[in-house]
Design a protein around this ligand. Structure first.
Ligand code: COA
Length: 260
């Protein structure tokens, strides 16, 4: 698939996706969502990729939301389908990838933009970033998982306030709420992401994918996360990574994981 709205880079185990519609503040239109699905799928299937980063191009925005011009005339059925398809091919898809995904929030992350960042496994931000779910100011509600993931990340009361007021918070406030893990200058955002990715890459990618699965199980309806953890913990004992990790520890050397 040729990409027109995103840039994809794959270098030294690090896959980077940049949403590239800066004139529209990287708003998520249908084509961009489909391209993102394919890019995430390809990078996740490439075993040389150990960490995926996602960011927005330009200095102003990560993503300023779903593309309002595309859905302004939608019917009730169209609206429902828009949310269902988006959740399936992008937001839930990213959350459940076996490769760790870090969002680099480099400016406005509003509506679908914040929802995309929240679907990632964790977030870091530059100090000029602004985040919010402004949908109620448009007469709609968040439809890409925002009503579920925001309370998971920052608690129900704060999430209710942000959604009801349609307000924006600063990067520092987002850090205080636990929505982003670090806030740095725009110049330091990529170097920080690379440092974090480097730490992740030293560990077993098989164990990390099982940890993602177990952590996510806590938030899945009808799934007992403790049971998922037990299953995934047990499964680790059959992996080459476990053999290497424990052997290396006992031999007092650094592990070289085969990632199997
Ligand atoms: N959908 C479609 N187009 C969008 C967009 C979105 N979510 N967000 C920004 N754009 C477009 C603008 O229409 C404008 O296009 P134009 O130059 O062709 O008119 C361009 O991006 C630049 O945006 P502009 O509003 O001029 O920038 P600004 O600096 O004055 O304001 C924001 C920045 C983020 C505050 C403002 O763009 C905004 O409120 N965007 C919508 C946010 C939103 O409600 N998102 C949730 C959608 S569900």
């Amino acid at each position: 698939m040729n990409f027109e709205n995103i840039l994809v880079d794959n270098n030294n185990g690090l896959g980077t996706i940049t949403i590239n519609r800066p004139k529209k503040l990287n708003a998520l239109n249908k084509a961009t969502i489909e391209e993102l699905h394919h890019a995430f799928k390809n990078l996740n299937e490439d075993k040389s990729v150990k960490v995926i980063l996602i960011t927005g191009s330009g200095e102003k925005a990560f993503v300023a939301g779903a593309d309002i011009s595309e859905f302004a005339h939608f019917s009730v059925q169209d609206g429902g389908k828009l949310a269902a398809k988006g959740q399936e091919i992008l937001f839930d898809f990213v959350e459940n990838l076996s490769t760790p995904v870090i969002a680099l929030v480099n400016g406005f992350a509003l509506g679908g933009g914040l929802e995309l960042a929240m679907a990632c496994h964790f977030r870091i931000a530059s100090d000029n970033a602004k985040m919010g779910l402004p949908e109620t100011s448009l007469g709609v509600i968040p439809g890409y998982g925002g009503t579920q993931r925001l309370p998971q990340l920052i608690g129900k009361g704060k999430a209710m306030e942000l959604i009801m007021t349609a307000g924006m918070i600063s990067a520092d406030e987002a850090k205080e709420y636990g929505l982003v893990n670090y806030v740095v200058t725009p110049e330091d955002l990529f170097p920080l992401a690379e440092r974090l990715a480097g730490k992740i890459m030293r560990n077993s990618s098989v164990a990390i994918s099982k940890a993602i699965n177990a952590v996510n199980a806590n938030f899945k309806d009808g799934v007992n996360g403790f049971n998922t953890e037990i299953e995934q913990f047990g499964a680790c004992f059959g992996t080459a990574d476990f053999k290497e990790g424990t052997t290396a520890f006992l031999e007092k050397r650094k592990a070289t994981f085969p990632n199997k």
